[in-house]
Design a protein around this ligand. Sequence first.
Ligand code: COS
Length: 378
Amino acid sequence: MFYVELTPEHLALQEKVRAFIAEHVIPVAKEYDRTGEFPLPILREAAKAGLLNYAVPKEYGGPGLDALSVAVISEELGYGCVGIGMAMNGNTLSSYPVLIAGNDEQKRRWYQYLHEGKLVAFALTEPGAGSDAAAIETTAVPDGDEYVLNGSKCFCTTGGYASAMTVFASTDRSKGHRGLSAFIVEMDRPGVSVGKEEHKMGIRASNTVEILLRNVRIPKANLLGREGEGFKIAMQTLDSGRISVGAMAVGLARRALEATIDFVNKYQRGGKPLAKSQYYQFKIADLGTAVENARNLVYKACYLKEAGRPFTKEAAMAKTYATDMAMQVAAAAVEIMGPYGYMKDSPVEKLMRDVKVMQIYEGTNQIQRIVISRQLMG
Ligand code: COS
C-alpha cells in the first residue's frame, strides 16, 4: 500500500516557501526573465530564510530535510519561477555526489562552502557526452599526490557563480563507464575557467555555462569515493535530481492551471461565461487530474527514497510524466487564453517557454523511457 500525507511539518514548510515565493520571486520573475540576470539578491534572501541549503545533513550543520520536504520546496519553486528555482535548488542538487560518496572530511569542507553562502555546481555533461553520460572525454591523470584534469563541460547550471563543483572525469578511458571518477574541483584553481554563457528560450534567470579545465591540479583528497565509481555516483545523483525536476514541473503546471481557471471564470464569449461551458469544465477537470497524478508519482518516489528502497524507476517516471504533463498544461493554458495567452504580458507564455527544457535536462524524457523500460523489462 502506498499513501503519502504531508505532515504538519511539511505543511508548515510549504506555507513558508509559498510566502517566500509570493514576496521575493513572483513580483520580480518576469523582469529576471526579460534581462536574463542571475538572481543573486533572491539567493541571499533564500539563504537567510533557510531555503538555499535545506538538504545539508544535521550532522553537518544543516536542517537535513527529507525527500518529501525537498519535493514540497521544489513544487513551490516551480510555481514561482523555474529559472530562479533552479538557481535556488542548485546547491542541493550539486551536493548530491558529496552526500552520496564523500568522506567526513570532504563533507565538512563542502558544507562549509555552503554555510559561507557560496554556490556550487555539478559538471557532468560534455559536448560529446550528454545522453550518453559514459562517453565523457575529460581525463583525470594521477600525478604524485594530485590528479591533473583536462577537458570541457557544457550546460553547467550556476557554473558562472559557483565556488566549487563536482566534476566527472575518466581516470581510465579503456574501462568506459567503469573508468569514470567523481571529484571536487574548486573554481579558483589555476586552469579552471568559465567559457561561453548560454542564452536560453526559457529559465532565463538560471545561469548555464561552459567550464574549461586545462591542466587543473587537484589533491587526491578531492576524489569522491573510489576511482571508477563516478558513473554510479552520477546516476544516483540524477535519480534524486529527477524527483526535484518532477516536483518543479508539478508547481509550474499548478500555476498554469490556476491562471486558466482564473481566465475561464472571468472571460465571456457571446455573452456567456466560459466557465458555464462543458468544454472548458472538462478541459480543466482533465488538467487538474493530470497535475494530481504527477504529484502522486513525485511523492511515491520520495517515499521510496526515504524508506531506503530503490527509486530509480519511480524517479524517472515522476520526471517524465510530470514534465510532459506540465508541457501539456502550459500549452493548453496558452491555447485556452488564445491571444491573451500568447502575449508577453500574459501569465502563461513564460511558463510554456520555461517548461520545455524540463523535458530535456536531468536526462531527456526519451532517456527516462529507456531507464523505465529497462527496469520494467529487466
Ligand atoms: N543507480 C546506480 N547505478 C546505476 C544506475 C542508477 N540509477 N543506473 C545505472 N547504474 C549502473 C548500472 O548498474 C551499471 O553498473 P555496472 O557497471 O556494475 O554494470 C552501470 O551503471 C552502467 O549502467 P548502464 O549499462 O545502464 O549504462 P548506459 O551507458 O547504458 O546508460 C543511461 C545509462 C542512458 C541511463 C545514462 O547514461 C543516463 O542516465 N544518461 C542521461 C544523462 C543525464 O541525465 N544527463 C543530464 C545531466 S543534468 S546536467
